[in-house]
Design a protein around this ligand. Structure first.
Ligand SMILES: [Mg+2]
Length: 228
């Protein structure tokens, strides 16, 4: 019987990549730019490079949001307002639901029956924003982000620090669910808990990392938990 459930965030519960993709296509259409593959590819490159300038301390977050469009428009010779485009994009992004299919239903089904924890590798500020924007926090008894913990999955230390923070924790009643064999599943194995590999595309596993369980759809998790 499982009592403590660790859930990976990116590509297990949330699909921000898809939300961003849909929002930028809608934005380009609205400002009169045809969202060709070439345009999207160039936008992604400029967007990444601009966010790196934030990490380097050259730009503030606010500046990045408009600078990426300013650079793109300059390159295209397009006469558009970066500020207005960012406004449209922010609005479009807020309309997109970044949850993976079945994730809200899964969380509702698990809530109150299991102690739920987020176990995420990632930048604390980014994950904090995602958790806040999506209203996820209310489902969870604890949120463990690697940047704050000081270790990343799959290190055993990451999990040991999580376990110590949970009152009455018992490894034999714990499981991690995640889409990454090398971080979620390898980490769970190293930490001595059960593991459930979320493999929506049914990718063949040639890694040598053997999860305790494997699911193709999030809807399989509740029946699995009731069975084990
Ligand atoms: Mg993941």
């Amino acid at each position: 019987m499982i009592e403590f459930l660790f859930l990976d965030l990116d590509d297990t519960i949330l699909d921000f990549g898809a939300a961003e993709h849909a929002a930028i296509i809608a934005t380009f259409r609205e400002i009169g730019l045809e969202p060709t593959d070439e345009l999207l590819r160039r936008y992604i490159e400029i967007n990444r490079a601009t966010w790196r300038r934030l990490e380097a301390g050259e730009l503030t977050r606010e500046q990045v949001l408009t600078k990426r469009f300013e650079l793109l428009f300059a390159e295209l010779g397009f006469d558009g307002s970066p500020e207005r485009t960012q406004e449209i994009y922010g609005y479009r992004l807020s309309l997109e639901h970044p949850f993976l299919e079945g994730a809200p239903e899964l969380l509702d089904a698990l809530y109150g029956k299991y102690k739920l924890y987020i176990a995420s590798n990632g930048i604390a500020l980014v994950q904090d924003r995602r958790i806040k924007d999506t209203g996820l926090a209310r489902y969870f008894d604890g949120i463990f982000i690697s940047e704050r913990i000081g270790y990343n999955k799959p290190s055993k230390e990451f999990f040991d620090i999580c376990f110590e923070a949970i009152e009455g924790f018992d490894k034999s009643r714990a499981m991690i669910v995640g889409d990454s064999l090398t971080s979620d599943i390898a980490g769970g194995i190293a930490a001595g808990i059960r593991t459930c590999y979320f493999n929506p595309k049914g990718k063949p596993n040639e890694s040598g990392i053997k999860p305790s369980y494997e699911i193709r759809s999030l809807s399989e998790l509740v029946p699995l938990l009731e069975r084990i």
